[in-house]
Design a protein around this ligand. Structure first.
Ligand SMILES: O=C([O-])CC(=O)C(=O)O
Ligand SMILES: [Mg+2]
Length: 221
């Protein structure tokens, strides 16, 4: 019996009660050592948080005008589902992979956010939509003559992490974690327990307990 009644409630709970450090600790505990995306993938604003299911997107470099500009980009966007996160990788980051109009398209479909192993552009127009975008930073160079989406809902890799379509994506100011779908519920239940434990440790320390004693008593740091 899980702590949440629906997927929606699960993602809400993740955003309210969990933070990436505590979930990363549980993944380590279970032997999953390579689940954090590289540290240069950051939220546009520190308070942005995202939790949802990966909708994976594969990009490549192209050079010059294309027979089908952007490749399968619009098709990928138009089949995004509620609570999914558009997560794109591939190519050598020669241009923006995301912007104002892509944000609007994904947002009105109920998608939960975007994660790019690349740049975004239209920063003020993305920020005013108040919707979580995580990227390597901003750079306005256009994509139409430099990249294409060649596939989606296929495996992708970012840094040391392999991401399958449907894996859980969890992001906050400290980074972005990929939680493999087969172990996600176990990881989240354990993380909720650890987060509650961390609160107790902090309280004990604030009331005078030494770090050594706290670790001995609670086994958490
Ligand atoms: O063309 C792009 O790379 C993205 C863009 O400007 C937008 O979404 O508005
Ligand atoms: Mg634009």
């Amino acid at each position: 019996m899980s702590t949440w009644k629906s997927e929606k409630e699960k993602f809400q709970l993740m955003k309210e009660k969990l933070y990436t450090p505590v979930v990363g600790d549980i993944l380590d505990e279970l032997g999953y050592y390579h689940q954090f995306l590289p540290a240069d993938i950051r939220p546009l604003k520190p308070e942005m948080k995202l939790a949802g299911k990966a909708m994976t997107v594969l990009m490549i470099d192209v050079f010059g005008p294309q027979k089908k500009p952007f490749g399968l980009l619009t098709e990928a966007l138009d089949q995004l589902q509620a609570d999914e996160i558009y997560i794109a990788a591939g190519g050598t980051k020669r241009c923006a992979y995301w912007g104002e109009l892509l944000t609007a398209t994904a947002r009105v479909r109920g998608a939960a956010g975007a994660v790019l192993n690349g740049w975004h552009r239209d920063t003020p127009q993305v920020l005013e939509q108040n919707w979580p975008v995580f990227s390597c930073g901003c750079y306005a160079q256009d994509s139409s003559v430099r990249t294409q989406v060649v596939d989606f809902r296929c495996p992708i890799e970012i840094g040391q992490v392999t991401i399958q379509d449907g894996d859980l994506v969890f992001g906050d100011v400290d980074g972005v974690l990929i939680i493999p779908k087969d172990i996600a519920d176990e990881v989240l239940e354990k993380a909720l327990i650890k987060a509650a434990g961390e609160k107790k440790v902090r309280k004990a320390i604030e009331e005078g307990m030494t770090a050594t004693k706290a670790f001995e008593v609670f086994g958490i740091l």
